[in-house]
Design a protein around this ligand. Sequence first.
Ligand SMILES: *Cc1c(COP(=O)(O)O)cnc(C)c1O
Length: 352
Amino acid sequence: MSYPKIELDCAKISLNTQRLIEQLTLKGVTVTPVTKSCLGHPIIANTLINAGATMLADSRVDNIKRMREAGVTVPTLLIRSPMLSQIERVVIDCDISLNTEIAVIQKLSDAAGRCNRIHQIIIMVELGDLREGVMPDNLINLINDVIKLPNITLKGIGTNLTCRYGVEPDDINMQLLSDLAEHIETTFSIRLDIISGGNSGSINWVLAHQGQTRINHLRLGEAIFLGLVPKNQPQISGLSSTAITLTAEVIESSQKPSYPWGKRGVNAFGETISLQNRGQVNQAILALGRQDVCIDGLHPPSGMTIVSSCSDHLMVETPEKMLAVGETVTFGLDYSAFLSAMTSEFVDKVYR
Ligand SMILES: *Cc1c(COP(=O)(O)O)cnc(C)c1O
């Protein structure tokens, strides 16, 4: 066994996917799992497909290419606006992409023509969280240009909320997206297949909503892998939040003073830390640091507190008992810890 190690329990990931698909299907909403946190790992991609996913989404062309090369055949959705420098690869590796810029869509059209393909696009609409999206007032003009472009199909419209400012989906912004879809359809006499209402932060709105809506699609990462939706929202029942764990090894354990001595300046990260003298403590050091994972997103087991971290060391305290050198400790992770650990070369990935 090599540590630190992140473990992904495919059975739990599969159950979460199935439960979300079941519940959201009752609301007429299709789930597209987002694989970016797993870097498009083929084992995860196949787990999601076997659990019922009919399309996979990722923010990186490299991850989508990886899935393609591993034999994944379901349609793929690129969920970050394509870079102009990657247009050709987007057209070759991705079936659909989210877009906001006519300059990009124009180049997608050119590249799709050269490659003899049809590229599908979903136009993202700004609904207040101020990340990607066309302002609603500019949407009709943009689409007027888009539908003239050869080798491009307008697959739908969508939005992204909660990520930047925590703006939540509500009846007002979701109704606006719905209305915009219908307005586009009547203006241009076309049919939009996908009205994508957001990420894991939109699940609660979909489940609670009664009555008509054109929202028929969500892009889900966090809810599938961590069983969680944003903290301030009610959690979805029936999802496992223990599919992903991170385990690290103790390399020093001793009783030490809690208060440093000597003249103090800033630490290695430029931080000045104010603290109180709590006397002697049971301090253990784990071989885990900021180069492995975003420490703020780690949930320690009960009876343990994370006190501080450096690039390669994590200092924890266990008031009840001393840890032993060589002992391992398993943490839960939030989304930022999950993303960072999956991306660190130093963390061993284990798919169970
Ligand atoms: C990452 C991402 C998602 C998935 O978000 P979760 O909160 O993990 O469900 C959906 N859409 C876009 C555009 C994203 O970048």
